[in-house]
Design a protein. Structure first.
Length: 374
């Protein structure tokens, strides 16, 4: 959808024809936070709801899709992780576990003996492909890269619209060459894991700089993502050439979110103004609210094991800490717009965003500024 300055309405572009969206809004597929109820509520409200199935297996994905379909007949997005399968390094993993051992001991729990990937990449998960082809969703999106051409061809043949997260024009060109229909331009402001194909080559472009570069490049429709929290942010993205904006952190405080009480409290607290990138939790750079694990990672002198092998240790540590009453070791992902998060039902948030976008509402933000850190 293109923003029309004169009429302040939206004109359908071919990418959205089959989705029949009323609003240029995509709810980000946040693993561990987004739910079937959230996706369905967003889609029912005229935007594009999303579920993330990359952190589970094919059976879990089938169940999640069925849950969404039980709540809405409208299109929704299913997101997959497409990272390169990790190479295990016994020595590196042993050193990482040794470094984490004092933390486990603090909570009276033994560290894992060995580490393994927490989940499989779609690039090698035939069962996940079969599940998607058995009941194709309207949209399938990829994060961390692209699957092989055979998988892309199969999904396109099943009628799926394909999105890919990109962090540069070069990645967008790879997505276009690979057969993807549109790109999600993820700026460095975004919460959670960076979708860079090769994190070591990341130029850390901001959302608006990346969105504008991709818009001028002009080969694929662009969905802007990262730090966008309200209608004004959506409007700015559309003015820069995006066809829609993807919002994730904005939906974490919705009741449909599966974020726990500690995560919600952290997002609503002063730490929201100080998000930071960390690889300590999962082995891959991700933007997180400041907490004890992130602070430990800042001081660590070792590089973590490959993603998502390191996540196996991170999840175990979080479980041990939580059992002992400590909530500061979880993956509390959030983007740089976190202080603007609002607690309201997902459908109400979509309606609020649309009203703000059309200039018919003023964002109802908390007016207490965050404290300045010393």
């Amino acid at each position: 959808m293109r923003w029309n300055e004169r009429t302040t309405k939206f004109a359908i572009v071919p990418f959205f024809d089959r989705l029949a969206l009323s609003h240029p809004i995509v709810q980000a597929p946040m693993a561990g936070v987004s739910t079937a109820a959230m996706a369905a509520a967003v889609s029912e409200a005229g935007a594009l709801g999303s579920i993330a199935v990359g952190a589970g297996d094919a059976d879990a994905a089938a169940l999640a899709m069925a849950e969404v379909r039980a709540l809405t007949g409208r299109p929704f997005n299913v997101n997959l992780f497409t990272h390169a399968p990790p190479l295990s390094d016994d020595g590196r993993e042993a050193r990482w576990l040794a470094a984490l051992t004092p933390l486990f001991q603090r909570f009276g729990a033994p560290p894992p003996v060995t580490l393994r990937p927490s989940y499989r990449s779609f690039v090698e998960d035939d069962a996940m492909l079969a599940t998607l082809l058995a009941a194709p969703p309207a949209v399938v999106s990829f994060h961390f890269g692209l699957p092989g051409p055979d998988r892309i061809a199969a999904l396109k043949g099943a009628g799926c619209i394909l999105l890919a997260t990109v962090t540069s024009v070069a990645e967008a060109e790879a997505a276009r060459s690979g057969g993807v229909d549109a790109v999600v331009a993820q700026g460095i402001e975004a919460g959670g894991h960076r979708g860079a194909f090769h994190p070591e080559q990341d130029d850390a472009l901001g959302t608006f700089a990346l969105t504008r570069q991709l818009s001028v490049w002009g080969e694929l429709p662009v969905v802007a993502a990262g730090g966008i929290m309200d209608g004004a942010g959506i409007a700015a993205a559309l003015q820069l050439g995006a066809v829609a904006a993807q919002l994730g952190t904005a939906f974490i405080l919705c009741p449909e979110s599966s974020a726990d009480a500690a995560y919600r409290a952290a997002l609503a607290g002063p730490g929201a103004a100080h998000t930071m990138m960390t690889a300590a939790i999962s082995g891959r750079p991700a933007r997180c609210l400041p907490n004890a694990f992130v602070e430990w990672g800042k001081q660590a002198t070792l590089a973590p094991p490959a993603y998502p092998i390191a996540y196996d240790a991170g999840k175990a540590l979080h479980a041990a800490a939580k059992a002992a009453g400590e909530t500061g070791y979880g993956a509390q992902w959030a983007g740089q717009g976190a202080p603007l998060a609002r607690a309201m039902p997902a459908a109400e948030l979509v309606a609020t965003l649309v009203a703000e976008l059309r200039g018919k509402a003023v964002p109802p933000y908390p007016r207490n500024p965050p404290a300045i850190r010393s």
